[in-house]
Design a protein around this ligand. Structure first.
Ligand code: 13P
Ligand code: SF4
Length: 310
């Protein structure tokens, strides 16, 4: 790309020319968040993908999110700036192994966290996100047996919140598993007025320490509504861009990981860059497709989720 090219202006021009919409997750780099038409959490992004009348969706997020957009809007072209933007949590649950796992519990209903492949969604009864997982479990009869996958941390959190005994798949997100309980404790000693907020993909020991647990949208809203001036944030660091924009003067400290070489960036989310976004909009490539038979089956549990969360 010509380094003198104004990527923001070019992206705006191409968007109009192609009737395209850019949907971005809060974990995307700040430039991408700033050019997006809609920024949100997984639930908001899927609701937006279902209702858009744009012809082209550029999904600045990860592969499973673009797949969900395609399932909800199969007639539209869905582009992902970097096709290798995957997800360690989705990878931790290969569909052929999950199918065998599911066979062991024939009288259980399957709830899957949206962070999984389209093929896994096709094996599910209801999809959920971190915003509505508790609500979805509570919408089912108290004696309903449930398998919850693939995130064991979110699953354990939901089980605790609802008092239900969920059968959990043993999956996790590499970004949310690295926070150090000891380092967070030490940091809080130095910032006694700071609120500690965490995403439910974090481990139970970290969640137990939190003043607030919620999805990315939940965390953002908490920082806006709270009187506190300082926050220690246990989730991917991209969300801090929106927290700072929404809360001038407040301070946001990324929660420390257990390994000093690690950071709170998701290596998959951060594969997308403004340059790649521009190229994908220009070339309409890489495109994310989902086989027709998977779309038909995966659509049902996603739509159940959208109906329950409406
Ligand atoms: P939410 O934005 O729905 O909280 O999900 C977080 C996440 O890990 C997405 O990959
Ligand atoms: Fe997947 Fe975790 Fe990255 Fe979200 S933050 S895309 S769950 S690896």
């Amino acid at each position: 790309i010509d380094p003198t090219l104004d990527l923001f202006a070019e992206i705006e021009r191409l968007k109009k020319e192609k009737n395209a919409i850019i949907l971005a997750h809060y974990y995307q780099e700040p430039d991408i968040q700033d050019i997006a038409d809609y920024i949100g959490d997984s639930l908001g992004l899927s609701q937006e993908a279902a209702k858009t009348d744009a012809s082209l969706i550029v999904f600045a997020g990860v592969h499973f999110m673009a797949e969900t957009a395609k399932i909800l809007s199969p007639g539209k072209k869905v582009l992902l700036p970097d096709v290798k933007a995957g997800c360690s949590l989705a990878d931790s649950c290969p569909p052929h192994l999950f199918r065998k796992f599911k066979e062991k519990y024939p009288d259980h209903l399957v709830i899957t966290y949206v962070n999984c492949t389209a093929e896994l969604k096709a094996l599910s009864d209801i999809v959920c996100t971190s915003t509505n997982a508790v609500q979805i479990v509570e919408s089912l009869p108290a004696d309903q047996k449930i398998i919850f996958g693939p995130d064991k941390n979110l699953g354990a959190y939901v089980a605790k919140k609802t008092g239900r005994d969920l059968v959990l798949w043993n999956g996790a997100c590499m970004v949310h598993e690295i926070f150090s309980q000891e380092k967070i404790t030490r940091l809080r000693e130095r910032h006694p007025a700071a609120k500690f907020i965490a995403h439910p993909e974090c481990e139970e020991v970290v969640l137990q320490m939190a003043d607030y647990v919620g999805s990315t949208t939940g965390l953002l809203k908490y920082t806006i509504n709270s009187e506190a001036e300082e926050f220690i944030v246990a989730t991917e660091s991209g969300i801090i861009h929106q927290m700072e924009k929404a809360n001038p003067g407040k301070t946001f400290i990324p929660a420390p990981p257990n390994n000093s070489c690690a950071c709170n960036d998701c290596p998959y989310m951060k594969r997308n860059t403004l340059e790649k976004l521009y190229l994908c909009l220009k070339n309409e490539y890489p495109e994310v497709t989902v086989p027709e038979h998977i779309i038909e089956r995966a659509r049902v549990p996603i739509e159940r989720m959208l109906d329950i969360s409406a």
